[in-house]
Design a protein around this ligand. Sequence first.
Ligand code: ACO
Length: 368
Amino acid sequence: MNASAPTRPGDAEGLEGIVATRTALSDVDGHAGRLILCGQELIDFVTGHDFESAAATFWATARGESAEASEVVRAALGRAREAGFERFERLIPAFEGLDVSERLRLGLASIAEDGPSVPHVAVTGAIPVLVANLARLEQGRAPMRPQAGSAHVDDFLRMLEGCAPSEPAVKALTTYLLTVMDHGLNASTFTARVVASTRAGLVGAVTGAYAALTGPLHGGAPEPVLDMLDAVGEPGHAAEWIESQLHEGERLMGFGHRIYKVRDPRADVLKAALEQLAPAGERLELARAVERAALEALARHKPGRRLETNVEFYTAMLLDGLGMPRSLFTPLFAMGRVVGWTAHALEQRRTGRLIRPASLYVGERPGS
Ligand code: ACO
């Protein structure tokens, strides 16, 4: 064990504060409320790229190379979406009895590490095909083929809705996907790096990362955020409802973060995207009232904890505003975050060592 590593239980439960790797991909400053993606401020990254150029930037940074042209990545992702569709049709019988998220996990695990597309492109191309067509399957609609020549986000919305998407919808969803693309060494990204560090393939790294993402303490929070808004019902009930939840020891979904001790900068980017998409909705009014009441109540109930709005709160609002079914929220997070997972796995393979931390034994010792 490293001499400076914690040696008592509780010193680093959850590995809090432990620097486990070096990365050029993203930097999260939890005290300043700042997120840097591949050398750019979050807002500049989100406004300066489409999905393809964002992915090209991440993959190039991970490999220490200069970025491929957007059109090259667009064509490669188009081919990967087509391959994803061929697999999707073959998988349909195996989906029986599984929910959407489990079906996505199965769909990811079914991708060959040495298929026609390089694995980071294959998994990134497969996710929108899976997500859109799993939704269609749920709604009893026939699967829809991707259009390989289309832009990634446009093609996803077209497959999901069955018609050409509106420009505001493409813009709002692109903002969302880029905003959640990467975020330091969060639980799912760490999972991807651990798997990649063993020299197992990228598809395995992404399948494991997705499993980590599905937990309610990580990427599974937006659905409960909407359940909370439904339960509150109208702005005037927010304070009373929040108070009763905290009184019962419940956690408020969409608030608190392991790293951010100030407002999550992603919440602001998504809130602005939501205000553009649906400037005057009742839902937005309700969300504002719940956010105000929650922040006020959390400050009173948990003084000194600094619990602020996290990315999941406005994610829920934005995806709901885009008309996305709740069962797609975590899969949609994966559609953006897969770029971060694959970039971290590529970077880990290029620069990292096998990740193998120590544990502190607290069981019985024979003879003691
Ligand atoms: N509502 C009420 N109380 C909370 C909340 C919350 N949302 N978050 C933390 N607390 C309280 C805890 O009960 C604890 O109180 P105590 O010390 O009196 O027992 C204290 O604040 C610290 O909590 P921890 O669990 O130590 O904080 P941690 O850093 O481990 O948790 C987490 C972070 C898991 C995100 C937490 O804030 C939470 O459960 N939030 C709600 C779920 C959520 O929004 N998840 C999405 C996170 S964003 C993402 O992953 C992309």
